[in-house]
Design a protein around this ligand. Structure first.
Ligand code: NAD
Length: 282
């Protein structure tokens, strides 16, 4: 059984981004610039935004974080985004989600210029993924595909099962697996007899947001198990995944740990997307 080392794979990706960024000032006169906007003080968002700042520092990308009060109106936020859209010194714009309830996340995502949408959430980027036209790929699903590649797993011809159908993880990763020629089954809360489906999986991606919901009896021997979940263990309060690592790891062929699996890849892919947005707009 292989424990897939997301920290090592993400470190290697960040190192390659760093080397490419270092060559940019000579050619273009500056490095890429990522602007992260945080509205309010949601504790998880504070941590995520700080981690993005650290990642930018590590790879040499310029980072600006704009912190707005929880009471900021939707109009004020949309005006800020439009100003950033037309600012030629800004290459990537990321508005940290979730937003306070009075602000429409859909409007915010639509307002970010698609060519600066480093999250890959803009409707045109989503359409590009589904229509196989140029697009910015969403970070977490892209990171999952890189983790599979890192252990030499080619999805072609394999049975892949994805639990979860969210716009940011389940749906796009299912499409990416399909494009990599896997045969993909998607599961959700209405799926009848989930274990009978998951036991068919040669690649099992779990993005349900339910602590330790996938147990050893739901996994086929030798399956590659990708745990996207970032949950709190109800007993210990510690960070855990959607997969019960202790019962699944002895059966799986390979498994991502939580923390240290998919999480670090998301941020490394964000750095890569920022670099690619910079280059695409030269
Ligand atoms: P979401 O709540 O938007 O979607 C969850 C999906 O899982 C839904 O489609 C739902 O139908 C399905 N689901 C829920 N319970 C189920 C059950 N018992 N059986 C079958 N299907 C079930 O969540 P999301 O935004 O996709 O996030 C999923 C998890 O991944 C969360 O724990 C989140 O924190 C984590 N996440 C991690 C990263 C990362 O970088 N590692 C990024 C995004 C999300």
């Amino acid at each position: 059984m292989t424990i897939i080392d997301g920290k090592a794979v993400s470190a290697a990706l960040k190192e390659s981004v760093k080397q490419r960024v270092a060559e940019l000032p000579e050619k273009y006169g500056r490095v890429p610039h990522l602007v992260v906007v945080r509205v309010g003080e949601d504790p998880a968002s504070v941590v995520y935004v700080r981690n993005k700042e650290k990642a930018c520092e590590a790879v040499g990308i310029k980072n600006s974080t704009i912190v707005l009060a929880e009471s900021t109106s939707e109009e004020e936020l949309l005006n800020l985004i439009m100003a950033l859209n037309s600012d030629d010194t800004v290459d990537g714009i990321l508005v940290q989600l979730p937003l306070p309830g009075h602000i429409s996340e859909a409007k915010v995502i639509e307002t970010i210029a698609r060519e600066k949408d480093v999250d890959g959430f803009h409707p045109y980027n989503v359409a590009g993924l589904w229509q196989k036209t140029p697009h910015v790929a969403p970070c977490t699903p892209a990171g999952i595909m890189k983790l599979l590649a890192s252990i030499g797993v080619d999805p072609k011809g394999k049975r892949a099962v994805v639990i979860g159908r969210s716009n940011i993880v389940g749906l796009p990763v299912a499409k990416m697996l399909l494009d990599a020629n896997a045969t993909v089954t998607m599961c959700h809360t209405r799926t009848v007899d989930l274990p009978s489906v998951t036991r068919q999986a040669e690649i099992l991606v779990v993005a349900a947001g339910r602590a330790k919901m996938v147990t050893g009896d739901m996994v086929a021997p030798g399956a590659i198990v990708i745990d996207v979940g970032m949950d709190r263990d109800p007993e210990t309060g510690k960070l855990c995944g959607d997969v019960d690592f202790d019962s699944v790891a002895p059966i799986a062929g390979a498994i991502t740990p939580v923390p240290g699996g998919v999480g670090p890849m998301t941020i490394a892919c964000l750095m890569e997307n920022t670099l690619e947005c910079f280059l695409a707009n030269r």
